[in-house]
Write a protein that binds this ligand. Structure first.
Ligand code: MV4
Length: 451
C-alpha cells in the first residue's frame, strides 16, 4: 500500500496521518472549506478540498471523495469514524472502483447495520442475546403478545437504529400499544425504515464492549474490553480499559462470545462488539460497530497494539502476527473526551477561537487532538476537540494521572468539558468503579459545580 485517502477530519484524521507516516505510506487529506487551517490538512502529503463546510457538502459526499481518490491515484480509503465509515453503499462503491475500503466488506457492514439481522446472526452462533421478538414486528397485537410473553418492562428498538436513537421503553400493555406506534413513526422519520423489534428491558446495565481484530485469513482475536458506562444521552464522556467490573473469568467468556460474533459476520478489520451487562454479571450482545471507535486509544495503551496500523496491515492482506495468547493486559487506561461545549449550560456547543492552548504531558499521558493555539473550532461538526488518555499500572494511578493532566490542560476562548471531567474523576462513585449507564444522570442531578 503506497497512498491512503483519509475520508475524515479532526483528531482521527490526524491519528491516521501519524500511523501512515510510521508505515511509510503517503496520505491524501480531503477537506471542507471550513477545515483549510486544520492540522490534518497541513500534515498530510497532499490535500484536496471537496466542498462546502456542511458535512453533506463534503465529508458525506461519496462521489467527490471517490473522484479525489482517482485523481490522486490512492490505493485505499480510511473512513475513520462517523461520516461514511459504516456506509455499506460507500464501501461497495470503493470496491467497484478497485480502491480498498479500510474496513469490512459492504456485505458485513449491511448485515451488522440491520440490528435485527445482526442479533439473529450472532444468536445462531451461540452468542447470548437479550430475549425478545424473533425478527421485526408490524402489528400492535403481535407486539403486545410478545411483550406479555417476555414480561415487562420491554424496549422497542428500530432495526436501523443504534447509538440510542429510535428506542422506546414500555412498562405495561397500555404504554406498549402507544409506544409501538411512536417508535415505528420515529424510526420511519429518522432512518427511512420503520421496522422495529422488541426486547426485555435491562435496567441500569453496564456498557462493556470488546475490541476485535480479524484478518483476511480468518484469524480473529479480541483485545479485551472497554467500559463505556460513563455517558450522557448516548454520548460517551469517559471510557476505560479494562472494565473495573470484569474479572478474568468474565473476560474469557465475553471475549470468546465476541470472537464468535465476529466470525458469524464474516468480518475483516477492526470492530467492536457491544454488550450490555446486568447486575448479576450476565451479558448480552447489543450491536457490532464496524469501524474504528473514538475510544480505541485506551485499548492501544493497555495492549501496546496500534489499532490504526493493524487496520492498514489487514487491509493490505497481511496476516495477524500475534495470537490470542500473546495479547496481555497489564495496564489500566482512561480516556476523557474533551468537547467544546458548556456542561454548566446543558452542554451547549461552544465553537470559536482557541486563543490559548497548552496540552498536558509527562509519564503516562497521551493527547489525541487536532487543536492548537489560534485554532478556530468550526460550528459545523461534532464538538469533540480532543481526547486525553492517561495510563499506568493500576486504575488508581491512571485516575490520579488523569486528574493531574486535566488540571494542566489549558484551553482558553471556548468552554470545554474539562471542569466536568475533573469533578467526575474526583467523585467517590467513579473512584469505586461501581457504576452503570445511569451514572451521569445521577451525577448531574446532584448539581455539581464545574469551576
Ligand atoms: C438496551 C437497554 C436496556 N435493555 N436494550 C442504548 C444504545 C443502544 N444501542 C442500545 N441501548 C440500550 N439498549 C435493552 N434490552 C439500555 C440501553 C441503554 C444504554 C446502552 C448502552 C449505553 C448507554 C445506555 C443508556 C441508556 C440505555
Amino acid at each position: 500500500m503506497q497512498k491512503i485517502l483519509i475520508a475524515n477530519r479532526g483528531e482521527i484524521a490526524l491519528r491516521i496521518v501519524r500511523a501512515c507516516r510510521e508505515l511509510g505510506i503517503k496520505t491524501l487529506a480531503v477537506y471542507s472549506e471550513a477545515d483549510v487551517e486544520s492540522l490534518h490538512v497541513q500534515l498530510a502529503d497532499e490535500a484536496i478540498c471537496i466542498g462546502g463546510p456542511q458535512s453533506s457538502e463534503s465529508y458525506l459526499r461519496a462521489d467527490r471523495i471517490i473522484s479525489a481518490a482517482e485523481i490522486a491515484d490512492v490505493d485505499a480509503i480510511h473512513p475513520g469514524y462517523g461520516f461514511l465509515s459504516e456506509n455499506a453503499d460507500f464501501a461497495e462503491q470503493c470496491e467497484s472502483c478497485k480502491i480498498k475500503f479500510i474496513g469490512p466488506s459492504a456485505t458485513a457492514i449491511r448485515k451488522m447495520g440491520d440490528k435485527a439481522v445482526a442479533k439473529e446472526t450472532v444468536r445462531a452462533a451461540g452468542v447470548p442475546v437479550v430475549g425478545g421478538s424473533e425478527g421485526t414486528i408490524s402489528e400492535e397485537d403481535e407486539a403486545a403478545k410478545i411483550a406479555s410473553d417476555i414480561g415487562y418492562p420491554v424496549i422497542i428498538k428500530a432495526v436501523a437504529g443504534g447509538g440510542g436513537r429510535g428506542m422506546r421503553v414500555a412498562r405495561n400493555d397500555v404504554s406498549l400499544r402507544k409506544e409501538f406506534h411512536v417508535a415505528r413513526n420515529e424510526a420511519e422519520k429518522s432512518f427511512g425504515n420503520g421496522e422495529v423489534y422488541i426486547e426485555k428491558f435491562i435496567e441500569n446495565p453496564r456498557h462493556i464492549e470488546f475490541q476485535i481484530l480479524a484478518d483476511q485469513q480468518g484469524n480473529v482475536v479480541h483485545l479485551g474490553e472497554r467500559d463505556c458506562s460513563i455517558q450522557r444521552r448516548h454520548q460517551k464522556l469517559i471510557e476505560e480499559a479494562p472494565s473495573p467490573f470484569v474479572n478474568e473469568d468474565l473476560r474469557q467468556r465475553m471475549g470468546e462470545a465476541a470472537i464468535n460474533a465476529t466470525k458469524a459476520a464474516d468480518y475483516e478489520g477492526a470492530g467492536t462488539i457491544e454488550f450490555l451487562v446486568d447486575k448479576h454479571g450476565d451479558f448480552f450482545f447489543l450491536e457490532m460497530n464496524t469501524r474504528i471507535q473514538v475510544e480505541h486509544p485506551v485499548t492501544e495503551e493497555v495492549t501496546g497494539i496500534d489499532l490504526i496500523k493493524q487496520q492498514i496491515l489487514i487491509a493490505s492482506g497481511e496476516e495477524l502476527t500475534f495470537g490470542q495468547d500473546e495479547i496481555q493486559i497489564n495496564y489500566h487506561a482512561i480516556e476523557c473526551r474533551i468537547n467544546a461545549e458548556d456542561p454548566a449550560r446543558n452542554f451547549i456547543p461552544s465553537p470559536g477561537c482557541i486563543d490559548l492552548y497548552y496540552a498536558p504531558g509527562g509519564h503516562g499521558v497521551r493527547v489525541d487532538s487536532h487543536a492548537y493555539g489560534g485554532y478556530q473550532i468550526p460550528p459545523y461538526y461534532d464538538s469533540m476537540i480532543g481526547k486525553l488518555i492517561t495510563y499506568g499500572r493500576t486504575r488508581e494511578v491512571a485516575i490520579e494521572r488523569m486528574y493531574r493532566a486535566l488540571s494542566e490542560y489549558i484551553i482558553r476562548g471556548v468552554k470545554t468539558t474539562i471542569p466536568l471531567q475533573k469533578a467526575i474523576v474526583q467523585s467517590s462513585q467513579f473512584q469505586s468503579g461501581d457504576f452503570t449507564t445511569s451514572f451521569m444522570e445521577d451525577f448531574l442531578e446532584r448539581k455539581p459545580k464545574f469551576d
